[in-house]
Ligand binder design. Structure first.
Ligand code: GLC
Ligand code: CA
Length: 571
């Protein structure tokens, strides 16, 4: 059987607002993406995932859609989009779009009608409930973005449910007509020739029956509501229907944003025949540095052994049962080099190490814009410099609870979503070469040092390392097919794994230490000749890549954040 194209692909995620501005208004746009297609081609990208570009009032930067059939004016026109699709296809690249169908904008005509009266025909497109006792919210659920998940609408005196922002009312998936409207829209886009979807927040579409209060042992005003709507019983009926009515009819790829899906359910979600998606983003490793209170309680003492355990569990768990979506970054998460490695002294070495660490696992790797040049978290010291609705809500609530600005900013620096949303750093020119105008969001001041132009010119750059790594992935069949085994799971400094198959053994060594370390590998691997395929250090013991033969020593001294990829021939 032929391998599915999406298994062999490397995906690049674009956050259009921050990628490239082509018309000098300070906002990234579709014209800007078109300008950079050759750049992505050079990197070795096969598939581009574009975050929402539909008409939207931008309460949540496009994740609040007011018209699924139009392109956001700030981003361009439908003609621009069609041109982009054609130009990508001409270069042998594919495009997948973001599909946001858990909710719409409150400015979507469906919602405008729905809220207009209790007996409007579109009333049941959304989730309305009368007030509880004394006019209170219908239940105690907290929104994912903070505050109550309910908003009172004066016009009809009822509340609507919004799991995300107030301007993102949840669609009522129980209502057949809504589902059919969504399927029609999905087919409309697929008929245009796009190559698939990343399906947003999809594990939240099913809410538990009766929308009851959730247990509240700590007597909070609102309680985290995950148990009310995250991956609840019955969701697969909807997802199977969605697949049958849309995806299954096209040669496309789908990746579900699958917060709350356990490995045990993998077959139902991403099994080769039985699954509803081709792959999914699991969330477990994104919480490895969260405290007991969630993401705003950053835990700087997170453990490498935890990260290894999570990723390895998904590696072995999905083997022959599904397919992994590999990622360390996205538009909702901090920058990986700041989060898991070192954005200071060993910036370049450690960014390269992280790339090797996740990209040689089994699955389809995703690179988030700027990751390929090692963009870092944003160091803003003024809350005014942030834009994200989630950060704003958190700030307001934390202030109300009496926390200091300093305390709040510390949390935002570590975990805020705007860390990854600063404008792409194209050059050392004004505004990082992103725009001629003041960008919609401040650039990270380190753009003068970290930028595409400089890295393209430097063969030792992070960009060129990514490029080599992508090419290597494609030339070594073991990366696609080899079984995965984590070595030394308890080791807190090294992430080492092997990929085995009939073509031999691929050894992947990654040091997460800012100091020189000693590594003792299992006997099976020491004293044997191997070919060094890629390393982030060009001097010393590992000096030439490619045909350089290396015998792995019993006690191996690794330099800070050293990484190396070694191939052993079959015995
Ligand atoms: C997803 C998106 C995020 C968005 C949310 C609501 O988690 O990745 O950016 O805010 O859904 O649509
Ligand atoms: Ca623009």
């Amino acid at each position: 059987m032929q391998t599915k194209w999406w298994k062999e692909s490397v995906v690049y995620q674009i956050y259009p607002r921050s990628f490239m501005d082509s018309n000098g208004d300070g906002i990234g746009d579709i014209g800007g993406i078109r300008l950079k297609l050759d750049y992505l081609k050079e990197l070795g990208i096969d598939v581009i995932w574009i975050c929402p570009v539909y008409e939207s009032p931008n309460d949540d930067n496009g994740y609040d859609i007011s018209d699924y059939y139009r392109i956001m004016k700030e981003f361009g026109t439908m003609e621009d989009f069609e041109l982009l699709l054609k130009e990508a296809h001409d270069r042998g690249m594919r495009i997948i779009m973001d599909l946001v169908i858990n909710h719409t904008s409150d400015e979507h005509p469906w919602f405008v009608e729905s809220r207009s009266s209790r007996n409007n025909p579109k009333r049941d497109y959304y989730i309305w409930r009368p007030p509880g006792a004394n006019g209170a919210e219908p239940n105690n659920w907290e929104s994912i973005f903070g505050g109550s998940a309910w908003q009172l609408d004066e016009q009809t005196g009822e509340y609507y449910l919004h799991l995300f922002s107030v301007k993102q009312p949840d669609l009522n998936w129980e209502y057949e007509e809504v589902r059919q409207e969504l399927y029609r829209m999905v087919r409309w886009w697929l008929d245009k020739g796009i190559d698939g979807f990343r399906i947003d927040a999809i594990t939240h579409i099913k809410k538990i029956a009766g929308l009851p209060d959730l247990p509240n042992p700590d007597s909070r005003t609102y309680v985290p509501s995950w148990d009310g709507h995250r991956n609840r019983e019955g969701i697969l009926d909807y997802l199977r229907e969605l697949k049958e009515e849309t995806f299954a009819r096209y040669d496309i790829m789908t990746v579900g944003e699958a917060n709350g899906v356990e490995l045990e359910q993998a077959e139902q979600f991403v099994g080769p025949d039985t699954g509803v998606f081709d792959m999914m983003f699991q969330f477990e490793h994104m919480a490895v540095d969260h405290g007991p209170g969630g993401k705003w309680e950053y835990n700087p003492n997170w453990k490498l052994s935890d990260l290894k355990a999570i990723l390895s569990r998904w590696q072995t768990g999905l083997e022959n049962r599904g397919w992994n979506a590999l990622y360390l970054e996205n538009h909702d998460a901090p920058r990986s080099v700041s989060r898991f490695a070192d954005d200071g002294t060993f910036h370049s070495e450690s960014a390269k190490m992280l790339a090797v660490c996740y990209m040689l696992m089994q699955g389809t790797p995703y690179i988030y814009q700027g990751q390929e040049i090692g963009m870092t978290n944003a160091p803003f010291s003024d809350i005014q410099d942030y834009r994200d609705v989630e950060i704003m809500n958190f700030y307001r609530e934390a202030k109300a609870a009496g926390l200091s600005d300093e305390h709040i900013l510390q949390a935002v620096h570590a975990q805020g979503r705007d860390n990854s949303r600063t404008p792409m750093q194209w050059s050392a020119d004004l505004h990082a070469g992103f725009s001629e105008a003041e960008p919609w969001m401040r650039t990270n001041p380190n753009y003068t040092a970290i930028h595409v132009e400089g890295q393209l010119a430097d063969p030792e750059s992070i960009f060129h390392f990514y490029k080599k790594l992508i090419a290597l992935r494609k030339s070594i069949p073991l990366v696609l097919t080899g079984s995965y085994e984590l070595l030394m799971p308890e080791d807190e400094k090294h992430f080492v794994y092997v990929r085995r198959g009939t073509e031999g053994v691929l050894l992947v060594v990654c040091s997460f230490s800012p100091e020189a370390t000693e590594l003792r590998l299992p006997e099976e691997l020491t004293g044997r000749e191997s070919r060094l395929l890629l390393t982030n250090y060009s001097n010393g013991q590992a000096d030439a890549e490619g045909d350089c033969l290396i015998s792995i020593p019993e006690v191996w001294t690794l330099r800070p954040y050293e990484t190396g990829v070694y191939l052993f021939d079959p015995k």
